[in-house]
Design a protein around this ligand. Structure first.
Ligand code: DGY
Length: 328
């Protein structure tokens, strides 16, 4: 056996079977978030952990896991892991990029359409028995075709959004702190714009940035006030990128028209007023949740964990600096 791995919550059975063939596996059978104390206890003496976005793998957890060699996180985002501490301790951190790009973009597009055409509200209306007759002004929404989409973040998922926007003949503005190669910009037919210009010109704004100190509360009272009153904001990235209280104010004061959210500032808590607003589409952090994609994300966690335990550089290492000083 290569060592011991703990899986914090149920993942795909095939992944557990793959792992069981090579390592001593301890898989939590209960689908609940472990407390910090439980996590520390479970990680003492293990060589690897397969963690989820709901597990806070912070400095204390890492420092007390003295044998830990790999944190294989289930997700492209890894803001739940203190990567700096992991790097200092020589613990590899891995994620599951690439496989969820199209699935997440499909979902962000679904949110955009749902908010523009009031799908969630219409479903509630019909189910409540309120649909009595067709009406020329019933449930009017906003056109998507031909409008301007502002993408904040033009990484893999942002680019997949831009490709979808072409089919809707949209003008696409983007902002990214990274330099996007000219051929990509040209191929996608997108236009770079400073953030304040993007806020002012966009009919739809979709967020595709990781959660970092600089992206926390990127959308706030000031930025909402720059947007068109008809603007629709879509967030499928990370909740804290939007100041949720400011979003409530922006919606109440008609600074923007609607919002569609898959992620929240303190999940699973949601600002109570958002739950009451008809012009807000809410989903439970499921942008990557297709059968195919979640199965692939699951198997990638095993590939990453097993690689580290075999002494090989894992395919999706996020902290390259940890590798030279890795624990053996
Ligand atoms: C991701 O992949 O980051 C999803 O949000 C699930 O964690």
């Amino acid at each position: 056996m290569l060592g011991k791995v703990f899986v914090t919550r149920p993942i795909f059975q095939e992944t557990l079977e793959t792992l069981r063939q090579e390592i001593d596996l301890d898989a939590n059978p209960e689908d609940r978030i472990l407390s910090k104390t439980e996590l520390i206890e479970k990680l003492s003496g293990v060589d690897g952990v397969i963690s989820l976005v709901t597990d806070t793998i912070d400095r204390e957890v890492l420092e007390r896991s003295t044998k830990l060699k790999v944190v294989a996180n289930f997700g492209v985002g890894f803001n739940n892991v203190d990567v700096d501490t992991a790097t200092r301790l020589g613990i590899a951190v891995t994620n599951t990029p690439g496989v969820l790009t199209e699935t997440t973009a499909d979902f962000a597009w679904t949110l955009l359409m749902a908010a523009a055409r009031r799908i969630a509200e219409s479903a509630r209306f019909v189910r409540a028995g309120k649909f009595k007759a067709w009406g020329p002004k019933m449930m009017l929404g906003y056109d998507v075709f031909g409008k301007t989409l502002g993408l904040i973040g033009l990484g893999r998922i942002g680019q997949a959004m831009a490709r979808r926007a072409r089919g809707f003949n949209m003008k696409v503005l983007f902002y990214d702190t990274e330099t996007i190669p000219g051929n990509v910009v040209q191929e996608l037919g997108v236009e770079p714009a400073p953030l304040d210009e993007l806020y002012r010109r966009s009919d739809f704004i979709s967020l595709h940035v990781p959660l970092l100190p600089v992206t926390q509360h990127l959308l706030n009272d000031e930025t909402f006030s720059m947007m068109k009153p008809t603007c629709i904001v879509v967030n499928s990235s990370r909740g804290p990128v939007v100041d949720e209280k400011a979003l409530v104010r922006a919606l109440k004061n008609r600074k923007i028209a609607a919002a569609a959210l898959d992620v929240y500032e303190s999940e699973p808590h949601i600002e109570p007023e958002l739950l009451e607003m008809e012009n807000v589409v809410l989903a439970p952090h499921i942008a990557s949740a297709s059968y195919e994609t979640r199965a692939r994300m699951s198997s990638m966690t095993a590939e990453n964990a097993l690689a580290v335990l075999k002494g090989r550089r894992p395919p999706n290492l996020v902290n390259a600096d940890a590798w030279d000083r890795r624990r053996r």
